[in-house]
Ligand binder design. Structure first.
Ligand SMILES: [Zn+2]
Length: 344
């Protein structure tokens, strides 16, 4: 467009110069030939000027038009193309976004739960869910945008474990937890994939008065001390605080042969008898009920460490079976409340 303008200005300037020259000539002619018919001379001069102008004009437009036209068309075509490309690319972006949403892109989830998985600690490919198993989770993700997430159908523990890792919406409704994942190491966080979840297992820390972070840090210290292998997915402290040490998609070292298909919860306790205080107790009820909901577990099937290995853990609830039954009943009631609040 600029080129066209420039050309037109040039043409007009040249024509103006010619017109001035011709007018100057006309004035000169009438002045030096006063005897001749001024009107005739003027007419002739004007005709000549018109002819010259017409010739110049046509020759200029012959030159400029064909030259300017393709440029203009090219320019317009470029604009059209650019606009077309712009539209196309924004459509592509929208399409990509739609695709990302409908395929349950893990990015938002990771953004939502950034601490869930340190970049340097990628586990073996086996823990990465294959694409097909992500599809039910993505439907869940999409529908959860507008309303509370319903339980995925069909239920798949592997999908749930994957979601716990990649999909922030998995954690909706979970009691507040402090994510303090252990540094991957063979003594407390081997990063072995947890393939399924068949039970929760409850423990007591056995160290009266210690905090959740004390116990978490003890697990962390095992990577250097190497004195034994131990860890737990969660530790619940004396104030009811929940510290998460291991992602749910990974095994913890807590329950020997049942590490491979259980989620472990360690509980702090104020006294040597191992009884949980009310903060720890009700936080345990809340977390356990939520985990039962997420993994479709029966609260009555929750295990004590004792039930698996015979170890006196959690001590008070081994020595008081009625208190243990009461705890499971409380979790079952709480689960009923949570599920009652779920959309049908
Ligand atoms: Zn135990």
């Amino acid at each position: 467009m600029d080129k066209k303008k420039t050309t037109l200005i040039t043409v007009i300037s040249i024509l103006s110069i010619f017109a001035l020259i011709i007018l100057g000539g006309l004035v000169y002619y009438t002045q030096i030939s006063p005897g001749e018919n001024a009107a005739y001379a003027k007419e002739a001069a004007l005709k000549a000027a018109a002819a010259i102008m017409a010739e110049r004009q046509s020759s200029m437009f012959e030159k400029t038009e064909p030259a300017a036209s393709p440029v203009a068309e090219q320019a317009e075509a470029t604009v059209e193309t650019a606009a077309g490309e712009e539209t196309l690319s924004s459509e592509e972006i929208r399409t990509a976004e739609d695709t990302a949403v409908s395929s349950g892109a893990p990015v938002p989830a990771e953004t939502a739960a950034p601490a869930e998985e340190p970049a340097s600690t990628e586990t073996p490919a086996s823990t990465e869910a294959p694409a097909p198993t992500e599809t039910p989770a993505s439907a869940e993700t999409q529908s959860s945008a507008g309303m509370p997430s319903p339980t995925p159908t069909p239920f798949d523990v592997k999908v749930q474990l994957q979601r716990s890792r990649n999909d922030g919406s998995f954690w909706e409704g979970c009691p507040v937890r402090d994510i303090e994942l252990l540094t991957p190491n063979e003594y407390s966080r081997p990063q072995t994939a947890l393939e399924t979840v068949n039970n929760l297992v409850i423990h007591y820390v056995g160290n009266a008065g210690s905090s959740a972070m004390d116990n978490r840090n003890y697990f962390e210290s095992l990577k250097d001390s190497r004195e034994r292998s131990a860890s737990s997915h969660f530790v619940i402290g004396l104030d009811g605080e929940i510290v998460q040490c291991i992602p749910l998609s990974e095994m913890a070292y807590a329950t020997k042969e049942r590490n491979k298909d259980t989620i472990s919860i360690e509980c702090c306790h104020p006294g040597a008898d191992g009884q949980f205080n009310e903060y720890t107790y009700w936080s345990l009820v809340e977390l356990s009920a939520w985990l039962c909901r997420q993994f479709q577990l029966d609260p009555q099937q929750i295990l004590r460490h004792y039930d698996v290995t015979g170890k006196l853990c959690p001590l008070y609830y081994v020595e008081h079976p009625d208190a243990w039954q009461e705890l499971k009943d409380a979790i079952e009631r709480r689960l009923g409340e949570i599920q009652g609040a779920d959309p049908a």
